[in-house]
Design a protein around this ligand. Structure first.
Ligand code: MLT
Ligand code: MN
Length: 310
């Protein structure tokens, strides 16, 4: 299976358009050790020819232009795309807005939980993806499905499972308690398997907590892409960027007693890669202490264009 990170950044990207925080300013100034990143998405393929996007970021047009695997074949028909399906893990702007780039009556399938499809269905702008060409297929949680493109099976199966998280920011409901109206299916993780080889990995770009259930699932996994939004829960407050903690946003932090380094410590995951990294996160500075800490704990910091074959 071919896996490529199209965008390793969280919502807003790196740098974020209106941000003069220390990291965004440094990457704009081309300071050594800082690398720009687009918003959160992976591309996967069983054969290197047909591709499935895991999330469709607002930067998808740039991501397609930057990754020749996603171009129409030079000797192909006048209208064509190797992108045969998109699988959505939540309704974050950084995960669904890119669908709008995929208009033009090109056939592919969109997969999402009922909660995420409800959001697409409620926002008529997504009808620019004509349902005659772009069916929306409901993911049943905790059951395995074979990912299909318009011309048939793509050689990949997926099992989706609910993970601790929060409903998308713009869907939050007031006075509904700490979850702001979050329901099952608002944030899912994916186990993706190459059906021919049996090789698999997990993709969990948004996660509030590694509870016992998630820990048991990820134990001994060969490869996990995981929520690396923040290094510390209050880093955005400390940097004066936003009056919100990671917890309030539904994101686990990397450090601390409840953080992902600690949570993965005994899980024996062979390859651990952070994705969905917020522009405030000090691990984005390749020379930072925090970067050394995550690397010493066996993690890699995902970057655009990072490729993995399993
Ligand atoms: C998140 O990951 O929490 C969201 O993408 C935040 C946002 O919509 O800006
Ligand atoms: Mn997000």
């Amino acid at each position: 299976m071919h896996i490529k990170i199209l965008g390793a950044s969280a919502g807003g990207g790196f740098p974020q358009w209106n941000c003069n925080g220390v990291n965004s300013a440094a990457v704009r100034a081309k300071k050594p050790g800082f690398q720009a990143r687009t918003q959160s998405s992976l591309a996967i393929s069983s054969n290197g020819t047909h591709w499935v996007l895991l999330n469709a970021s607002p930067d998808l047009r740039q991501q397609i232009n930057d990754n020749s695997e996603l171009w129409p074949a030079a000797d192909g028909p006048l209208r064509a795309s190797p992108i045969k399906a998109v699988v959505l893990t939540n309704a974050d702007v950084d995960h669904i807005a890119g669908l709008i780039n995929l208009r033009e009556m090109q056939a592919f399938n969109v997969y999402g939980s009922s909660r995420v499809l409800d959001t697409l269905n409620a926002n008529t702008i997504f009808n620019i993806l004509n349902p005659d060409f772009v069916p929306r297929i409901k993911i049943e949680l905790n059951s395995v499905f074979n990912v299909q493109g318009p011309d048939g099976d793509l050689g990949l199966s997926i099992e989706a499972f609910d993970v601790p998280g929060k409903v998308a920011l713009y869907l939050e409901k007031e006075n509904t308690g700490p979850g702001f109206g979050t329901q099952e299916g608002d944030t899912i993780g994916l186990k993706v398997t190459d059906t021919a080889s049996g090789q698999f990995f997990y993709y969990v770009p948004g996660c509030a907590q590694v509870d016992d259930k998630l820990a048991a699932r990820l134990k001994d996994a060969p490869l996990v892409f995981f929520d690396g939004t923040l290094f510390t829960d209050d880093e955005m407050l400390k940097q004066g960027l936003m009056p919100k903690t990671g917890k309030r946003m539904g994101h686990i932090s990397i450090s601390g007693p409840e953080g992902s380094i600690k949570a993965f410590e005994d899980l024996n995951v062979k390859q651990k890669i952070y994705v969905h990294i917020n522009n405030s996160n000090p691990v984005l500075d390749e020379n930072s202490t925090e970067r050394k800490i995550v690397e010493a704990a066996g993690w890699k910091v995902g970057f655009d264009g990072m490729e993995i074959q399993i």
